[in-house]
Design a protein around this ligand. Structure first.
Ligand code: GLN
Length: 498
């Protein structure tokens, strides 16, 4: 395959399936895409590609700023917004030769788990669609691709592009990856610059990668994992060195190619065995554990006791930060401006009620409430304490040091290098079950229970496709997590599961 033939195949898939799947919301000019792919092909033929991703086609979630297409964040508020600059992660990819295929669908401002809260309509799960003539599809069985990076996962799964960027605040890259049967990687908080990624909850937002293989995720991650003075929370070169050094003190290297995980201990957090997990998912979890053992790993049960309170803490912190981050959409500086502008207050109120969808408004109300003086101590501060407890839980089970919390790690026999869990409680739900007025938001929030702990702790986590559910034939992803900064461990374990 050359970049040109790959780009042509992707463009054909877009033509064939995008009307139905609704992954790409805005598309780049196909003539330009082919021209860029031709140039990249020539560079490869001369043996001079700019990087391993030179000429590869990418989709960018609608909340990454790009100067040449809209950045709507899935919201009516930003329906016509064109950003004046390009996000660092996108910029790094473009400099490495990546071709922009277009911008992809998402839940409004990243709030949601099924991509049903999008101003552009829901994206759909490509499973059981791609490869079949479009007129034979049973729309009664339309499934969600997951969210909020639903467009990213659907575009990659249906081979409309080589890879996509998503954002993961509480699971938004990993959940859709699990539902669509692709790899979804959330790096440690601070690894990839958030500059130009429109904020949802700044202390949790991360740039994530969706691809069809673990190796592809690694090469994309290597391009975007750079220091960036424009994002003060992005790790500096020096901090990166320090993390690598402290982790490598305890690196276990297997010399045995058949047993790539010998010397590695992997934990199974008991609290992730939640009641709602389907039998089929538990069966695949067990199969994953066996596969790790076959590769030489020692697998043992561990405890992360604060898992059950993490969802409440997450939705308190995320909504509080969102209510603050979304204050800037007032009809004055960005995006939509209501016609009702007799007074300043009327302009604000009308702009916001016209521009924000139901879920975003719910979150703003919740977030504003937990920040009011009467509830600050009881909700917001308590949630911060729980966040610290969740992080400590992880430090207590990992043998590696945590460069952020200062935990030095421990070498006891019950300490582990990585964790394995399912990524989602169920397979992709039917779209009819996750949209509409009868849907209960709390049930949706609880669906994030397996992905939220890693987000609160800021640690790297990946969803790896691991077979199909015996119940409905839809993909199931297993989640691999490791200590802060230890992306290498995640890749290594994920590679075995793949
Ligand atoms: N579903 C979660 C939420 O709605 C996660 C979203 C995300 O990671 N952006 O907050």
């Amino acid at each position: 395959v050359t970049p040109l033939s790959a780009a042509k195949a992707s463009l054909e898939n877009i033509t064939e399936y995008n009307n139905y799947i609704n992954a790409f919301v805005d598309l780049a000019d196909p003539v330009k895409v082919e021209d860029q792919a031709k140039e990249a092909t020539q560079r490869w033929e001369l043996g001079q590609p700019i990087s391993p991703i030179d000429g590869a086609l990418f989709g960018y979630k609608m909340n990454f700023c790009t100067t040449d297409l809209r950045t709507t964040c899935g919201s009516a508020m930003l329906q016509n917004f064109e950003a004046p600059y390009t996000a660092t992660a996108v910029d790094l990819l473009q400099k490495a030769g990546a071709i922009t295929g277009g911008k992809v669908n998402m839940d409004e401002f990243g709030m949601g788990s099924y991509n049903v809260f999008s101003d552009s309509g829901p994206a759909k799960n490509p499973w059981n669609v791609v490869g079949h003539p479009i007129d034979t599809i049973d729309t009664m069985d339309d499934r969600s691709p997951g969210g909020s990076s639903g467009g990213s996962a659907a575009a990659v799964a249906s081979k409309m592009c080589f890879a996509a960027l998503g954002s993961d605040t509480g699971g938004s890259v990993r959940l859709p990856a699990s539902y669509c049967g692709v790899v979804g990687f959330k790096p440690s908080y601070g690894r990839v610059s958030r500059w130009g990624l429109v904020s949802y909850a700044s202390s949790l937002d991360t740039v994530g990668v969706l691809t069809r293989s673990v190796d592809d995720a690694k090469i994309v991650f290597d391009v975007i994992s750079q220091e960036d003075p424009k994002d003060s929370t992005c790790l500096t070169q020096e901090q990166r060195h320090r993390i690598t050094e402290s982790l490598s003190l305890q690196k276990t290297h297997s010399q045995n190619a058949d047993k790539p995980l010998s010397g590695i201990r992997i934990g199974v957090p008991q609290e992730f065995h939640v009641e709602e997990l389907s039998e089929a998912t538990v069966a695949l979890w067990k199969a994953g554990i066996r596969k790790l053992e076959d590769a030489g790993a020692t697998v043992l049960p561990v405890s992360l006791p604060n898992t059950n309170v993490s969802v409440g803490a997450y939705f308190t912190i995320a909504t509080a930060e969102a209510s603050s981050n979304l204050q800037k959409y007032d009809g004055v500086r960005y995006g939509r401006k209501s016609a009702e502008k007799d007074t300043k207050e009327a302009l604000y109120a009308h702009t916001r009620s016209e521009g924000f969808g139901v879920e975003v408004r719910r979150r703003i109300l919740l977030g504003t409430y937990v920040l009011t003086s009467g509830s600050f101590d009881n909700y917001f501060l308590r949630a911060q304490k729980i966040r610290r407890m969740v992080r400590n839980d992880f430090d207590n089970v990992f043998s590696q040091p945590n460069a952020i919390t200062g935990s030095t790690g421990s070498q006891g026999p019950t300490r582990v290098h990585a964790l394995i869990t399912p990524c989602a409680v169920t397979t992709a739900p039917k779209l009819s079950e996750c949209s509409g007025s009868g849907t209960d938001p709390i049930t949706a929030y609880l669906d994030d229970i397996l992905t939220i702990p890693a987000s609160l702790a800021g640690i790297p986590a990946m969803s790896v496709p691991f077979g199909l559910s015996k119940e409905d034939g839809y993909p199931v992803g297993l989640q691999v997590m490791a200590q802060y900064g230890d992306e290498d461990m995640v890749f290594k374990v994920a590679k075995v599961l793949e």
